[in-house]
Design a protein around this ligand. Sequence first.
Ligand code: KIV
Ligand code: ZN
Length: 515
Amino acid sequence: MTDKLIIFDTTLRDGEQSPGASMTKDEKVRIARQLERLKVDVIEAGFAASSEGDFDAISAVSAAVKDSIVCSLARANENDITRASDALKAANAKRIHVFLATSPLHMEKKLRMTPDQVFEQAKKSIRFARNLAADIEFSPEDGYRSEVDFLCRVLEAVIAEGATTINVPDTVGYAVPELYGEFIHTLRTRIPNSDKAIWSVHCHNDLGMGVANSLAGVKIGGARQVECTINGLGERAGNTALEEIVMALRTRKDYFDLSVGIDATQIVPASKLVSQITGFVVQPNKAVVGANAFAHASGIHQDGVLKARDTYEIMRAEDVGWSANKIVLGKLSGRNAFKQRLQELGITVETEEELNDAFSRFKALADQKSEIFDEDIISITSGSASAEESEFYRFVSLSQHSETGKRPSSQVVFHMGGEKMTSEAEGNGPVDASLNAIEAMAKSGAEQLLYSVNAITSGTQSQGEVTVRLAKGGRIVNGVGTDPDIIAASAKAYLSALNKLHDPRQAKLNAQMAP
Ligand code: KIV
Ligand code: ZN
């Protein structure tokens, strides 16, 4: 057994299954690039057969990523596996991840298949997949609630057919650490050819034990791959959080004695990027990446930390990529200084055109806001000009009036399908009036599920980051907008959500719901 733990990131697949967290192709590529800077071993970029949009996104991630293995999920059938393989064509290293449910409940109620049919289907699909790729992962969905004898039979057979990684999901977050660890251990000891595959854990967080279960799977069970997501993003209560796994292994190396290839200084930038793109705000007391994770408010703690850091700190904020809110650039900073700061932040701009575009956005922001922080630069560079040009809805400008005792009104100018629209409306407040003005023209009929505002940095001169979540026809999308003016940020967020609803390629099958 090796002492290296493989980090398999599924933010772009299982994380994206979280209602409202769906991402566009460009967003997936941006996150994938950051995951590569973080040096994750495997990036699960999506579920190719779930939609045209996801197929394209996996292809684009495959072309963009050079160092990490790129993976696509597939149900255990020839069509899905072929789609996965086709989407991964451009990848330097590709993995096909085939799954099929094995618990009595899922086989009977969801698949309506007998155990023998599931056994045959699993074997057949892995045999088929092995002709398309050398690196094949198999997941028995709801594996933890499966009968152990049957599971051993299926897993032995798929390893014999050539599966190189066996992943044991706790799909519904039912496990407890010791039992899950022992479950993995039992499978590994009872299956005669278990040493021919790498064993992997995949834990959901419904009882808040995703990370603990995964670590038990590693320590007690001997798993050497952990499947996880940035910020623990994922359906319901989410998946195992990557940052917590990595920092537990590093901080308690004395206990786990395993190495990970992750560059931990990229953790906080990754967390911020995922939060910004999905609109899923990180709770302040979240381990490692929460805003308060390294803040000492009590006098006793502050005194202790000033005398000797390790009195109250087991990790250093800078080791996971926290930087003090520094004013890095201002109105007079030139293109070279801007380019250098991008490099220092690990932000890649592929072409001169992209750099020019980012620099002009920086100049526009510096005209509105005298001090520019790292977080502002990250937000400026998180949207590309080409993405904007292809958008159906695009913000142009806004003016609004609000006065105590009077009903606020707003006029919004925006592009809709290439045509410039000017629309006016009233509302309960200036934000409501602005969104009403857009809706009066767009007529989406979407239901608003969430509106939230967050300050990118501290203080009232910070840029506001607004998330709007809309639902229509069974689809839920998030739109995010940033601007020093939160009314403008709100309009941008609403238009961004409308863009996602407008793109039919983004509608997709949910892996767990699929027959
Ligand atoms: O939770 C789960 O069972 C999954 C599988 C598709 C691996 O995400
Ligand atoms: Zn899952």
